[in-house]
Design a protein around this ligand. Structure first.
Ligand code: 5AD
Ligand code: SF4
Length: 482
């Protein structure tokens, strides 16, 4: 874990809320220092992240606050401050949180100084908060997605109170700049470009828990990228639920109103940033302008994640996706013609209400025709409060399971075929770290997002090197540095 904390100097900070946060961090630090003296040991904090890259980025902000307040970071939940940053996109994410929370309660019995906090998307749902209030009474702090910038203040209050503190906001139009961040990687970083979603796909809880679309000003985004570059970051990933609608929430005459394509081009101009990724574009808004920008900027990664969700037109209509199977395939065709070495990956949901096996055949047809380089397949999960939860034709579990397995087989075959095409090529990779299973190997990520493992010295972590792709193992390669 890298030790650098960005924006820890109050003199660099323009945003009033961030200056306030630093003052609360100082107050919390006094309490942490007093506890250290009392206990004769360091205080330790653990941040556990569930869900997407947005949450991972938020967790880096939580961790910076805890570190500046004097906590040592640990991966063990047997710590003095444990915070769960939750996801609620599917029910199994909720269940994982409850499972782990139960175990945490046991740990807390042995450490009277332990504080437990829960935040993130799940906390924006009243039923989850009620369940925690009732069944997990040992939790000290609950807050949501809209007031995460208040964490320092909430931390300070938690340290001086024995009561459960709950602070959930319905919505916000505020964007707080300059909060301190402690990055997980020294050489790559996520950069939020917008928050929230306006699309209301009928299965999806995100618009309800993350609120309406709010774009950050392009100047702030570029300023953050410049700071990151100055700090040694070489790869950035621009993050938003639907990056193609970046800037559309600014007034027509606002000079900040630039398209996502233009923003991407500006980010590419930042010195020292060598690779730029983005996640996630919506197929309905994918512009020709964006394709042109990708084509003429080699810094932009050759990887487009383009969520399909379903291939049947009736299901797509009922999902409120606003494109047809034919339009999606035409877009993939256009992308592949213009950017022949791009990898296209996708998300697919199986078992949306009313989806028959014949309808799934349409999805399988798209997978074959689009030749996805990879696909994340999910079983439909009914989310209370979304329109689809009220649809009457929920699909029986055995049909879903059978369809899911059928789709997975085709997805795996297609991904393998695509990966095999790279065999023998020499690719530039960003070395991300040691291989989890074999100490001698390092892992690098190609522009198209494929991983390759190869023997090399640890000192290369964080740099770009060229690797020959020798052996294809499905989703990844074994290779040799050249
Ligand atoms: N059930 C299953 N998968 C879902 N996703 C979003 N909502 C649901 C749901 N209710 C999937 C979509 C999205 C990805 C992040 O999660 O495929 O693209
Ligand atoms: Fe959910 Fe659709 Fe918004 Fe993605 S675009 S976050 S699937 S509502």
């Amino acid at each position: 874990m890298n030790g650098n904390i960005l924006n820890s100097n109050i003199n660099d900070i323009k945003d009033e809320e961030s200056s306030r946060a630093l003052k609360y961090i100082e107050l919390a630090k006094e309490k942490v220092t007093a506890l250290e003296k009392e206990l004769g040991r360091k205080m330790r904090a653990c941040v556990v992240t569930f869900g997407c890259q947005m949450n991972a980025r938020d967790s880096e902000k939580l961790l910076a606050t805890l570190s500046l307040a004097g906590y040592e970071e640990t991966d063990s939940e047997d710590a003095d401050f444990v915070i769960y940053n939750t996801c609620t996109v599917r029910d199994n994410a909720d269940q994982r949180v409850y499972g782990r929370l139960g175990q945490l309660g046991n740990l807390k019995k042995n450490n009277p100084h332990m504080k437990v906090a829960i935040c993130g998307c799940m906390m924006q749902e009243t039923s989850s908060v009620e369940k925690i209030q009732k069944s997990y009474r040992f939790v000290d702090l609950i807050f949501g997605t809209h007031n995460i910038y208040k964490f320092a203040e909430l931390l300070n209050t938690t340290l001086e109170s024995d009561r459960m503190i709950i602070d959930i906001w319905k919505d916000t139009d505020k964007i707080v700049e300059d909060l301190p961040v402690k990055r997980k990687y020294s050489f790559k970083s996520g950069v939020n470009i917008m928050y929230g979603c306006n699309n209301f796909c009928t299965y999806c809880i995100v618009p309800y828990v993350r609120g309406r679309e709010r774009s950050r000003s392009p100047r702030e985004i570029i300023r953050e990228c410049e700071k990151l570059s100055g700090d040694g970051v070489k790869e950035v990933m621009l993050l938003g639920q639907n990056v193609n609608s970046y800037g559309l929430d600014f007034a027509d005459n606002d000079p900040d109103r630039i398209s996502f394509a233009l923003l991407l081009e500006e980010v590419c101009k930042v010195d020292g940033i060598k690779r730029v990724r983005f996640m996630t574009p919506h197929p309905k808004d994918f512009s020709d302008e964006l394709l042109d920008v990708i084509e003429r900027n080699p810094k932009i990664a050759r990887h487009i994640h383009l969520p399909l969700q379903a291939g049947n037109n009736e299901i797509l209509r009922r999902m409120n996706r606003k494109y047809t199977k034919e339009q999606y395939l035409a877009l993939v065709d256009k992308i592949r013609k213009k950017l022949p070495d791009v990898a296209i990956t996708t998300d697919i949901i199986v078992g949306f209400p009313g989806e028959t096996s014949e309808m799934l055949d349409d999805t399988i047809d798209v997978v074959r025709k689009a030749s996805f380089d990879n696909a994340f397949t999910f079983i439909y999960s009914k989310r209370t409060g979304t329109p689809a939860a009220g649809f009457e034709d929920q699909v029986p579990e055995d049909v879903v399971k059978e369809n899911f397995d059928r789709l997975l087989k085709v997805v795996q075959d297609t991904a393998k075929e695509q990966a095999l095409k790279l065999s023998g090529r020499v690719e530039e990779v960003l070395v991300e770290g040691r291989n989890d299973h074999d100490e001698r190997l390092l892992t690098g990520r190609m522009s198209n997002n494929t991983l390759v493992h190869f023997e090399a010295d640890e000192s290369l972590i964080g740099s770009f090197v060229n690797v020959r792709l020798d052996e294809c193992h499905g989703f990844y390669y074994m290779g040799r540095m050249v």
